[in-house]
Design a protein around this ligand. Structure first.
Ligand SMILES: NC(=O)c1ccno1
Length: 244
């Protein structure tokens, strides 16, 4: 996968040089290319924003600058243009899976009050444009949201995770874990400051361990995400007794 990131703060993305994503880049699985948006602004101050039509606070990012940058980066290609914004569609594990199947993503990091909306209309004519929110809160710009998305997407790429099975057991992963949060996890020692690991996990009985883990996931989902619990399907009598 190729991932182009356009930002006025490309230095935000140094974390993409370490850990799993750094290894994915080194192996060639993920080709991240950073672009300084101001390189397409040719006035002496490298201006990328201006006042909003209709008045109101803040500044809006200029369409000409974004157009020049995206034309150069995308050329005649048709990447998926991903625009982080609080007003976008929710970024979910399912969307991460969907985007991980794409060969080429271009991330446009807005700042100030956002990018002139005509940019998304213009590029929607020649490529898929997704405006995405990582949560119901407002950040100072799209950079942190792109870090989140690249991590969530990059870990799904073939060979990035040492154990591909761990993706299957992810919280929110489509399938058995969909709408279920992961339960508690433990490692050695078996007792730590009087806190003992649940006996079932030491039993070696795989069936009982699986049942216990699902019960814990159900309980955590009901406690922390009743909205997800309401969407759970395929629950048996045992599950329902836990939820009530
Ligand atoms: N919530 C978000 O995804 C976001 C992106 C930029 N500002 O907030």
């Amino acid at each position: 996968m190729r991932a182009d990131i356009v930002s006025i703060f490309p230095e935000y993305f140094s974390p993409l040089e370490v850990s799993l994503i750094g290894k994915a880049r080194a192996s060639g699985t993920l080709d991240v290319r950073l672009h300084q948006l101001r390189d397409w602004a040719h006035d002496v101050h490298k201006t990328v924003d201006d006042t909003p039509y209709g008045g109101g606070p803040g500044m809006v990012m200029k369409p000409e600058i974004w157009g020049a940058a995206l034309d150069d980066i995308a050329g005649d290609g048709s990447p998926v243009l991903v625009v982080p914004t609080p007003s976008g569609r929710p970024f979910t594990q399912a969307m991460a899976q969907e985007l991980a199947a794409e060969p080429w993503l271009v991330f446009a990091c807005g700042r100030y009050e956002g990018i002139d909306s005509r940019v998304m209309v213009e590029y929607g004519r020649r490529m898929r444009v997704v405006e995405v929110s990582i949560g119901d809160y407002v950040l100072a710009g799209g950079e942190v949201a792109v870090l989140v998305m690249i991590e969530a997407i990059g870990r799904l790429l073939p060979g990035v995770l040492g154990n591909a099975n761990s993706v299957v057991d992810d919280s929110f992963a489509p399938g058995a874990m969909e709408n279920l949060l992961e339960g508690p996890v433990y490692t050695k020692p078996p007792v730590w400051r009087e806190h003992a690991v649940p006996d079932v996990l030491l039993s070696g009985h795989h069936g009982k361990v699986a049942r216990w883990r699902r019960d814990q996931a159900l309980r955590r989902t009901v406690d922390n995400r009743p909205d997800l619990a309401a969407r759970l399907t395929g629950l048996d009598k045992h599950d329902r007794a836990l939820l009530d």
